[in-house]
Ligand binder design. Structure first.
Ligand SMILES: Nc1ncnc2c1ncn2[C@@H]1O[C@H](COP(=O)(O)OP(=O)(O)OP(=O)(O)O)[C@@H](O)[C@H]1O
Length: 412
């Protein structure tokens, strides 16, 4: 299979330049939409071969970058049929093809451990994230099988794989775009939008001291935590109870349509060629590289996420220079109830009613980050512990609302 995108970076750069020129003349951004795609809960995988030779299919390539387009086309015509298809996961309404998607790349979201993420906003209103994997250590067949396992993980708290592309040289994965950005971006204010740069390197509008941070009240953080916990617990039930995420961290958690945490990037960690050390701060002490990841290490990483949600301190480097903190050490260093309050995010402390619940959540987080893997709770136990609090919180909120309604009626 040919190098379909060996001019990829230049092609995308050309798209971005086009956007910049467009902006210069129109003083606004063209057709970037955040309407997400429609899908049901079916989960079969269907192959949709992509025909690069279809007439009129990729005129923008021609206008944008003729030599690259020519190379792309020449190579594509030599591709064996069936080897060049964009594979859509059934249930996802594929109102686009690979060509539309590449033509609609509106920006570069960032470079992660496993590759680069691009946002593609198509004219039909669908916005997706395209992940271009850099190093995949799997034969073609195994890669496809692996993705079918991932595609079968369907849960409201797990970001669904929508489509993928696989050839010898190129592996792409397509996900929904979450327009609110990641939980990391919300907590620490790093930019979640795509910014057009001449050098085609990721840039961020993150303000020093996190001025871009979102306001996140206790209920929102609780929904993020409960959602993420449910998502991870669901993942752990798959593949005969053996599936591991391997890269739980706040930049891989988004908000679903009900504003609950939703886990993304499932399956990435077990595909790469060289075992790499994952983002420092989230990995369990026993994890020296990606291959050591286990369900117990997912629980550890989730524990760090809980501590991050409670403290709004970052356990890993975030572009823009927010302070990196060893969260386990920080929480361990506090003694007594008074000091415990000092570790919480001040925004949360404004609501004195939730302090007890925060302490409870901190305890759950600390049980997850136990040094010895077997001392950590299982993910479904974590969910149960959290749901007790969550349901109590919900019934208290309902009671409060009912009381307020009653008061209003009495006043009227
Ligand atoms: N589906 C998505 N919707 C919106 N933003 C996304 C989506 N997926 C990724 N991003 C953002 O794109 C950027 C790059 O993501 P990517 O997953 O490639 O790397 P990462 O999360 O920073 O690190 P890692 O590769 O270790 O997971 C991050 O800022 C991430 O939050």
């Amino acid at each position: 299979m040919s190098n379909i995108y060996d001019k990829w970076e230049r092609l995308v750069e050309a798209v971005i330049r086009r956007e910049q020129i467009w902006q210069m003349f129109h003083d606004q951004s063209p057709s970037v939409s955040s309407i997400s795609s429609d899908f049901s809960l079916d989960y079969q995988v269907i192959d949709m071969p992509f025909d690069f030779s279809s007439p009129g299919g990729s005129s923008t390539y021609q206008q944008l970058f003729p030599p690259a387009v020519e190379n792309l086309r020449k190579k594509e015509t030599s591709v064996e049929k069936g080897d060049s298809g964009l594979v859509f996961i059934q249930g996802f309404n594929p109102a686009f093809d690979l060509d539309n998607m590449l033509n609609s790349i509106a920006g570069f979201l960032g470079k992660g451990t496993f590759g680069s993420a691009y946002m593609a906003a198509m004219d039909n209103g669908i916005t997706v994230v395209l992940k271009r994997l850099n190093v995949v250590n799997m034969p073609e067949k195994k890669f496809r099988q692996h993705l079918e396992v991932i595609a079968n993980v369907r849960h409201e708290n797990v970001s669904a794989l929508r489509a993928y592309y696989s050839s010898k040289d190129e592996k792409l994965m397509v996900f929904d775009h979450y327009s609110n950005g990641s939980v990391s971006a919300m907590l620490h204010g790093e930019s979640w939008k795509c910014y057009y740069t001449n050098q085609f390197i990721f840039s961020s509008t993150q303000e020093k001291n996190g001025e871009n941070r979102a306001q996140l009240d206790w209920e929102t953080r609780l929904r993020i935590a409960v959602g993420a916990a449910r998502g991870i617990a669901h993942i752990h039930k798959k593949s005969g109870g053996k599936l591991v995420h391997g890269n739980i961290k706040s930049s891989n958690i988004f908000l679903n349509s009900q504003e609950y945490g939703c886990v993304s990037d499932l399956g990435m960690a077990n595909m790469i060629a060289i075992p790499v050390i994952r983002t420092a701060g989230y990995h369990a002490p026993e994890v020296k590289n990606t291959r050591d990841a286990s369900q117990a290490s997912d629980v550890y990483s989730f524990g760090i996420l809980l501590l991050e949600l409670l403290t709004r301190k970052s356990p890993s480097h975030v572009i823009g220079g927010v302070e990196v903190v060893d969260l386990v050490k920080l929480v361990n260093s506090v003694k007594g109830k008074e000091q415990t309050a000092n570790v919480f995010d001040v925004e949360l402390l404004r609501n004195r009613n939730v302090e007890e619940k925060m302490v409870k959540m901190l305890q759950i987080g600390m049980s997850c980050v136990a040094k010895t893997p077997r001392k950590r709770p299982k993910m479904d136990e974590v969910v149960k512990m959290m749901e007790v609090d969550y349901e109590r919180q919900n019934s208290e909120t309902t009671a409060l609302i009912e009381m307020q309604i009653l008061n209003c009626r009495l006043v009227v």
